[in-house]
Ligand binder design. Structure first.
Ligand code: HEC
Length: 206
């Protein structure tokens, strides 16, 4: 019995030590995922020649979500330059022009209107703030100017895909088909405010 008590006392003493504070890392018997070796964002990685731990995409990679048609994905036909119109097959695959326009309006108002405004006149909130601050390079242009009314649909698509000068690319937020839907909708916006020829004054000519 005494031996048992002594043993118990030793055990209590020994476990007592574990509760004490220590600067050492804790002893973990089964490590599971307790420590996970990883790189932080932008951390240096000596293994690769460019020392980037965030590896750039392998050139020519096509993800499952991406369209496998290069023409659809770039807005350009092999060597004929920009597509003049939204691909007809794409319009058909969305149930026709109406549903594609509806989708385009929805996406346009989410992704473009903040700068280009709901009517496309370039007076969105971001542009107005940029103007107030005197940052003229960040003011979005109006879609109703003559040059932009005449650029091919494929060029409009490529502008969203790659960005242009001070406007960033929206390829990572907007999937290919939605970009085409936006193009379709921007064309409708432009048409809605296109200058119409003044009607002839029939009274005078009589
Ligand atoms: C953060 C503000 C911002 C957003 C959002 C934005 N744009 Fe722009 N956009 C600009 C600015 C600024 C320019 C002028 C760039 C320059 O000339 O430096 C521009 C230019 C353009 C042009 C003219 C390109 C040319 O050939 O001159 C088009 C077309 C265009 N944007 C379409 C879009 C569409 C479509 C969307 C939505 C998917 C969009 N933008 C979203 C700011 C924006």
């Amino acid at each position: 019995m005494r031996a048992l008590l002594i043993t118990l006392a030793f055990v209590t003493l020994a476990t007592g030590c574990i509760a004490g504070e220590s600067g050492e890392p804790p002893v973990v018997g089964i490590r599971n995922m307790y420590n996970q070796p990883r790189y932080d964002t932008q951390e240096r990685q000596p293994f690769f020649a460019d020392q980037r731990s965030m590896r750039p995409q392998v050139e020519g990679t096509v993800s499952r979500e991406m369209s496998s048609s290069l023409t659809w994905a770039t807005g350009r036909a092999a060597d004929e330059g920009y597509l003049l119109e939204v691909p007809a097959k794409l319009i058909a695959s969305h149930g026709g022009s109406g549903p594609l326009l509806e989708r385009g309006r929805d996406r346009y108002e989410i992704f473009c209107a903040a700068c280009h405004s709901v009517s496309g006149d370039g007076k969105g909130m971001v542009s107005r703030r940029a103007a107030a601050l005197g940052a003229s390079g960040l003011i979005a242009p109006s879609f109703h100017d003559d040059r932009l009314r005449h650029i091919p649909d494929g060029q409009l698509f490529a502008t969203i895909t790659n960005g242009v000068r001070n406007m960033p690319s929206y390829a990572h937020n907007i999937p290919v088909d939605d970009r085409w839907a936006i193009v379709h909708y921007v064309r409708a916006l432009q048409l809605s405010q296109a200058p119409v020829a003044a009607p002839e004054n029939t009274e005078q000519s009589q």
